[in-house]
Design a protein around this ligand. Structure first.
Ligand SMILES: N[C@@H](CCC(=O)N[C@@H](CS)C(=O)NCC(=O)O)C(=O)O
Length: 266
């Protein structure tokens, strides 16, 4: 049991998976990531009765199938390593969890829908920043895979132009609310210190911000070019607008200051 390495099952470019991976990296907990193409991830989750969605974290004692549960578990296991994701007391912990839940429910689905709406029609461009999360074979195949599963993704997330427009409004509304909190709380969302709320905001906003530092690369490097140069121009305009907001700038800042990649066993 002592030798069991924690296993994280992901779709590498998923923003909920990035949220879990970021918390694990901050904790310096050794783990191994198993990244699947969308659809193929079901072989690792549904077939093992672990639900449908990723991330899934398997430890010697727990199998966790939700990013929020993963953050809480990692914070409990490593309370004295890295930033205190849920703060120092019960009041702050409650504020952080309330915000985390809101971002999970309102921001994550909206950023995914908006990004997919524009990027599914451009699989070659999509593979430029989805590809680096995979190994060499995955990088070669991801464009073709996305082309094939596009109708399934569109159906399962009910992606269309009118829902994409609503998603953009929803994201803007969440960003506005977060900016009020950033003003009130000394540049962080809760109590003037980095917490799971800031981490969740930045990870779940990444599909519509795409700062180079946010693109997950399996080799843990940072993209030297700007992903915005690869996306369809209508989406690039949207990304530019979100990047220019105070919330967008905050997300970049927390990536630069708090997104420390860990040594990862292959
Ligand atoms: N509430 C879940 C949401 C996770 C989620 O929506 N994951 C997506 C990837 S972004 C997924 O696995 N989609 C594929 C599916 O549901 O089959 C969490 O926070 O972990």
């Amino acid at each position: 049991m002592g030798g069991f390495l924690w296993q994280l099952i992901t779709i590498p470019f998923s923003h909920y998976c990035e949220k879990a991976r970021w918390a694990l990296d901050l904790s310096a907990q050794p783990y191994q990531e198993h990244g699947y193409f969308p659809g193929a991830h079901l072989a690792a989750t549904a077939l093992r009765q672990r639900g449908k969605s990723v991330p899934v974290l398997m430890t010697p004692t727990q199998c966790l199938t939700d990013s929020t549960d993963i953050l809480a578990f990692v914070a409990r296991q490593h309370s004295n390593r890295g930033p205190r994701l849920f703060g120092n007391d019960a009041v702050m912990a409650r504020q952080v969890t309330t915000l985390e839940d809101r971002l999970d429910e309102q921001l994550g689905p909206a950023t995914r829908l908006l990004a997919y709406h524009y990027l599914l029609s451009a699989p070659a461009q999509h593979s430029k920043f989805a590809g680096p999360g995979f190994g060499p074979l995955g990088r070669v195949c991801i464009g073709g895979v996305m082309r094939i599963i596009k109708p399934l993704i569109e159906k399962s997330y009910r992606i269309n132009a009118s829902r994409a427009r609503s998603a953009a409004y929803d994201i803007a509304a969440v960003f506005c609310d977060m900016e009020i909190l950033l003003d009130q709380n000394k540049s962080f969302l809760v109590s003037g210190q980095f917490s799971a709320a800031d981490l969740t905001l930045a990870a779940l906003a990444y599909p519509v911000l795409m700062w180079p530092e946010m693109i997950y690369r399996r080799d843990r490097g940072v993209m030297t070019d700007d992903p915005i140069d690869y996306v369809p121009s209508a989406f690039a305009d949207i990304v530019h607008k979100f990047r220019a907001t105070a919330a967008g700038q905050h997300c970049r800042r927390v990536y630069l200051e708090f997104r420390r990649p860990s040594e990862k066993p292959e």
